[in-house]
Design a protein. Structure first.
Length: 310
């Protein structure tokens, strides 16, 4: 990893750290890592790098980075390796949001309470910002200090999650489904690709940061966890889209209904969608039972996903 990020202190080695103390600490690490690993505004082309940093820094839930760190705790992963992996995931996520917001896609004007990238910097720059962030994520993985086997596993997880069989394919299905009423299984498949694929990658990349390959039992538990968590996240997103204002949500509410997109609320109704989110959260927590107390932060993140208000 770049020498620029070696000043971070290692976190305290306690698995009992409360979530309310652990989360701010990890979020600070991730923000610091992203600031160091994104190209500087002083590096040419300066305007593009400024826009890339605008798209990525200073906001967002950082759920994927938190999941990466929480999963890494299960395998005693090097925190600096987790910083790099989590930063790469956040760069891919930021790129996906920049492109999703474009006029040709969701045509959104607000993201994280600020003007979207194409509104502030122009549509052409926004396209290049997404392209640059995607490439930079893989640069970061390639420059990590881990073993060749670790880096190969991380690259595979991130590339697969970002591909036409993952996030990009899910977005294609989403765009093709405007105005349609999808059956529940098709809606679930779309969201497992569009949203769930990158959440899955975050969990498994954290586990790949351990010194040994992921044990089958751990892999099974984490896979069950991420499947439930990823779907819960999307169900709650659909609920918040119709129940929360722009100031709280940080983006334009009601867009899905306005754009005639299929959602869990339109398919099941508001109360049933809320109930489903609760059931999925419970399923995520049940998946962690074999891992015991060391999965406390993953438990807490599942609760946060289900009960979040933005």
């Amino acid at each position: 990893m770049s020498e620029a990020v070696q000043f971070w202190p290692d976190p305290p080695t306690t698995g009992a750290e409360p979530l309310q103390a652990w989360m701010p600490r990890i979020l600070q690490r991730v923000e610091c890592a992203l600031g160091a690993l994104l190209p500087s505004v002083e590096v040419f082309p300066c305007a593009l790098h400024e826009a890339m940093r605008y798209a990525t820094l200073g906001g967002g839930k950082r759920l994927r980075a938190l999941l990466c760190h929480a999963a890494g705790e299960l395998v005693d992963a090097d925190p600096r390796l987790l910083d790099g992996a989590a930063s790469a995931i956040e760069m891919i996520h930021a790129y996906s949001l920049v492109h999703d917001d474009l006029p040709a896609m969701d045509n959104d004007l607000l993201r994280r309470g600020q003007p979207t990238v194409h509104v502030r910097y122009g549509e052409a720059t926004a396209i290049l910002v997404g392209d640059g962030l995607q490439a930079q994520a893989f640069v970061v993985i390639g420059e990590l200090s881990g073993s060749a086997e670790q880096k190969l596993a991380l690259l595979h997880e991130l590339a697969h999650a970002s591909s036409s069989l993952g996030m990009v394919g899910g977005q294609a299905i989403d765009l093709a489904s405007v105005g349609l009423s999808l059956p529940r299984e098709e809606l679930e498949r779309m969201h497992r690709m569009k949203t769930g694929a990158l959440l899955r990658a975050a969990v498994l990349m954290g586990a790949h940061c351990g010194v040994s390959p992921i044990e089958p039992g751990l892999h099974h538990a984490l896979d069950d966890y991420q499947r439930a968590l990823g779907l819960a996240f999307q169900v709650v997103d659909d609920v918040l889209d119709v129940t929360t204002d722009a100031a709280t949500l940080g983006k334009t509410p009601g867009k899905d209904a306005q754009d005639h997109k299929p959602t869990y609320v339109s398919l099941l109704g508001l109360d049933a969608a809320r109930a489903l989110a609760g059931q999925l959260g419970e399923r995520a927590r049940d998946a962690l039972a074999p891992l015991g107390a060391r999965a406390a932060h993953l438990h807490g993140l599942a609760d946060m996903v289900v009960h979040r208000v933005y």
